[in-house]
Design a protein around this ligand. Sequence first.
Ligand SMILES: *[C@@H]1O[C@H](CO)[C@@H](O)[C@H](O)[C@H]1NC(C)=O
Ligand SMILES: *[C@@H]1O[C@H](CO)[C@@H](O)[C@H](O)[C@H]1NC(C)=O
Length: 448
Amino acid sequence: MWMRAARALRALRRGVLLLPLALTALALLLLPRPPPLEPSPRSPSPPAPAPPREEQHLQTSIIEKEEVIEHDEDDVARRPWYMRGGEQRPKHSDPNEGLFPEDAPGDDRVVQQLMYTLPKDETVPVKKILLANGLGAWGVPAGRTEFIRNKCPVDRCSLTADARDAATADAILYKDHHTPFNIKRPPNQIWILYYLECPYHTASLRPSSLNVFNWTSTYRRDSDIVAPYERWVYHDPLVTEKELDKNYAANKTKKVAWFVSNCHARNRRLQYARQLAKYIPVDIYGACGSHHCPRTDPNCLEMLDREYKFYLAFENSNCRDYITEKFFVNGLQHNVLPIVMGARASEYAAAAPHNSYIHVEEFAGPEELASYLRRLDEDDTLYNSYFKWKGTGEFINTYFFCRVCAMVHANERRQRSAHYTDVQAWWRDAACTRGEWRATERDTRDNG
Ligand SMILES: *[C@@H]1O[C@H](CO)[C@@H](O)[C@H](O)[C@H]1NC(C)=O
Ligand SMILES: *[C@@H]1O[C@H](CO)[C@@H](O)[C@H](O)[C@H]1NC(C)=O
């Protein structure tokens, strides 16, 4: 109990520290910076605040298995319920504890939402949640099953897809589109807009739909219910590295690999990769390159792990917080060092394990990046420093519907009322850039 409190306090302090640190890191990134001469890893970025989700993991890594053996089972059981083997159930029932965006600016609050519960001694009415796009869009059954089978700490909710429930539902969840039900909206009904894709790939809403949503649920960290592609959580937020028991550079003869099929991404990633290829070998697999190996073939991923040192985890769009499986799965869950392009450098720092990747905007351009990669290629110690995060935590199941249920109850308990006056402006304005982020930061500075 005291340990949890101490941890929460630390997490809180870290949250307060996070913003200035991120700004400092960004400022440092904006300075022209020669590749460091000492074999030291990049300047430390603040560890991401601890939090959670379960996804099928494409690969159960060897390291994680070892770790379970290393720790005794008690240690694993003491982890929170949303981690593998964890049994700690939440005790907090204070709805004011860091659940909503205004409670913790910059934080995604996923862990706090997973650790919220209701007072044990009260009978709480079941909240009805209407899925406007049907059950199939979410792959969940009607009723309370989803909450019970996942052992949600707050499970007093029921799912429905029946349009007749629109008059009485406590919340309505809209996925990608807003098709209003032809029913007068009850006063306390919460409307939630969910987007999986980035703004370039979501449809515009009708003008009459702009000011009707109370909450958003997207990968963006300032959404009310953040739904990240993956969520990394340290087992102990103070332990962000461990000693390696293998050499990740061993036997690798190739440099940079990239699996890509869309050759016309908005952020000109292909042009960047081609520039990079002038200074270091880049093997492009798929429609935009000359190498072939279907990504779905497990041998391809095995080859990636065995032969390549670097992987281009370039998103197709540079949008705020937009970091997908390309990074989390293709990159981090393999034995290659991901080179990233997509969200801002500070946003990767907040979402990724410590020292686990290289952001293209840390370098003036492809030539400078290539020369740093060549240095890593020659220095196994430096290269391996990017893998020390492995085994210090896990990508969790973020139990989306558990959190929706918790939030609907918490909102009522604290009698909170909020809505987006223009949800499209929130979603789109300044959210994406066709060029580099540092150019937009400069523009903002000049204009401001
Ligand atoms: C490298 O190759 C050697 C010899 O084939 C093998 O014993 C070793 O396990 C390999 N190392 C890695 C990290 O794959
Ligand atoms: C939801 O949003 C509407 C406006 O769109 C507002 O009138 C209502 O008070 C909000 N309700 C809650 C519970 O936030």
